[in-house]
Write a protein that binds this ligand. Structure first.
Ligand code: SUD
Ligand code: ADP
Length: 289
């Protein structure tokens, strides 16, 4: 049998950097919006004791993929012959501030927890996920949430479910390079979630990224013709909220040549969480190998 599960994207509706920790990581206050769109992963368990990852994009099939690394974290808790063939259908732009790699890792943790009958709780999976990346826990929990710390202290938030146009200009931005940059604004005062939710939303990385990557600034100027817009994460993707899919489609039809774009709906509960809670997987492992 094969278990197929989604791994959706996120937007940072706002992203404030409130300080730098002694270990070099930064404390954030951010609002993670789950989208209904993303990658798809297929898990076929076996008793080979091996993890095999395949993907049409050859560079993603290696052992540095977050999917492989997530599987190896669980492998150390499973029986020696626990194995799995994993196929990644990659749809999300990579390195675009949409969290695609982190989301793939979170879906992998849930899938193998089920298939190998490890019975880890969501909180335990999130703690394991944090070893892989600051963005992994929010995808493990699968809820639109306000986050603090490096993104691991999460408080679910219920937002109106809006339509977004997400646009990714053709440039690759390293998250680490933005966080290391001396000009990054990293002293935004920490304020309460209630105050944040009712203040204008901004991304502290955006001014620096716009300066270092003019294509991001140009893309934001283009999108601003249609709706107020912002950058997600450390970029390069930008997004705007639209009243309906038709108006988002109108902007998408005029996308600049050097950009990719897609329309997605914001959701309070990710499709992964919906699949995990709405499906009865209790018989899964008996039929799985
Ligand atoms: C900034 C955010 C906002 O959602 O998004 P992205 O643009 O990457 O999607 C995330 O916090 C990114 O999370 P993630 O992409 O998992 O980052 P990680 O792999 O943990 O870290 C990459 C590098 O960024 C820096 N880093 C990351 C997170 C953080 N809170 N402080 C940091 O200083 C560190 O230098 C780290 O070595
Ligand atoms: N499953 C994966 N999907 C995408 N990228 C991955 C994956 N595993 C590792 N990576 C690496 O992580 C980097 C950041 O990926 P991604 O999560 O898409 O971006 P971001 O953190 O900006 O949202 C990629 O450039 C790629 O080298």
């Amino acid at each position: 049998m094969t278990l197929t599960l989604p791994a959706v994207a996120k937007l940072n509706l706002f992203l404030h950097i409130t300080g730098k920790r002694p270990d070099g990581y930064h404390n954030l206050q951010t609002l993670f919006q789950m989208l209904d769109t993303g990658d798809v992963l297929h898990f076929t368990p076996n008793e080979s004791g091996e993890i095999n990852l395949s993907c049409d994009i050859a560079e993603l099939a290696g052992q540095d993929n977050l999917i492989y690394r997530a599987a190896m974290l669980l492998k150390s808790l499973a029986s020696a012959n626990a194995g799995c063939q994993i196929r990644l259908e990659k749809h999300l732009p990579m390195g675009g501030g949409l969290g695609g790699g982190s989301s793939d890792a979170a879906t992998t943790l849930h899938a193998l927890n089920l298939l190998w009958q490890l019975q880890l709780t969501t909180a335990e999976l999130a703690a394991l996920g944090l070893k892989l990346g600051a963005d992994v826990p929010v995808f493990v929990h699968g809820q639109t949430a306000f986050a603090e710390g490096v993104g691991e202290h999460l408080q679910p938030v219920s937002l109106p479910e809006k339509t977004y146009l997400v646009v990714t200009p053709a440039c690759h931005i390293s998250t680490a390079a933005i966080f290391q940059h001396p000009d990054l604004k990293r002293d935004t005062p920490k304020i309460s979630m209630t105050e944040l939710l009712s203040s204008p939303w901004q991304n502290d990385c955006q001014p620096l990224v716009e300066r270092l990557y003019p294509i991001v600034a140009i893309t934001l100027q283009w999108l601003l013709e249609y709706a107020p817009c912002r950058m997600t994460g450390t970029g390069a993707s930008v997004f705007a909220e639209f009243p309906d899919a038709a108006s988002a489609q109108h902007a998408l039809a005029n996308l600049p040549a050097n950009c990719r774009g897609f329309i997605a709906r914001g959701v309070n509960r990710s499709p992964l969480l919906a699949a995990l809670t709405d499906t009865d997987y209790s018989n899964l492992s008996r039929h799985s190998v």
